[in-house]
Design a binder for this molecule. Structure first.
Ligand code: ADP
Length: 160
């Protein structure tokens, strides 16, 4: 079974990586799919995010990185994937995730959404938290990989 892990990944965090690593043991193939959404302002471009994820997932032989735009279920059909993978951190994630899973089912009955519970150390972690800390010069080394931490430092230095 092929699983798609869709998201913004702006940028990818250790929480995302943990979900990727664990799901790669459950599925034949995991496609990490960066949503390219022109309506949502991202810090890193789609191409940069794909490259960042490729760099830190290259040691997983059954993980592929790609980008897509439009409906996730259409992308899943195109890639012949039967599962959408999402991570659950806190109760507040649940409501919007359940709504999205139900909506996707109405669009394509065959699609199943599988939720993986976060590893508890990462339950507070989101890309937004990382950006907030990095923006004010705080250390994010415990939250993202070394290369992403460098990319964040570069980004905020260039902005100054
Ligand atoms: P989106 O904008 O689609 O929510 P994100 O990049 O924020 O994209 O997240 C992609 C997926 O990863 C979501 O299902 C989200 O709940 C999950 N996720 C994000 N951070 C973590 C974490 N720390 N632990 C587990 N899952 C996470």
């Amino acid at each position: 079974m092929i699983a798609i892990y869709p998201g913004s990944f702006d940028p990818i965090t250790l929480g995302h990586l943990d979900i990727i690593e664990r799901s790669s043991k459950l599925f034949e193939k995991v496609i990490v799919a960066v949503l390219s959404n022109p309506g949502k302002k991202a810090l890193f471009s789609t191409e940069q995010r794909v490259a960042q994820i490729q760099e830190c997932t290259q040691h997983f032989p059954n993980v592929e990185v790609d980008s897509f735009s439009g409906l996730t279920v259409e992308y899943a059909k195109l890639r012949q994937a039967g599962v959408l993978l999402r991570g659950l951190r806190v109760l507040s994630d649940f409501e919007k995730e359940l709504q999205m899973a139900h909506t996707n089912k109405t669009l394509w009955e065959e699609i199943e959404t599988v939720f993986l519970a976060t590893t508890k150390e990462y339950s507070f972690l989101s890309s937004s938290v990382v950006k907030e800390i990095a923006q004010f010069g705080g250390s994010v080394h415990h939250l993202v990989t070394e290369n992403i931490a460098k990319d964040l430092v570069n980004y905020y230095q260039l902005k100054q």
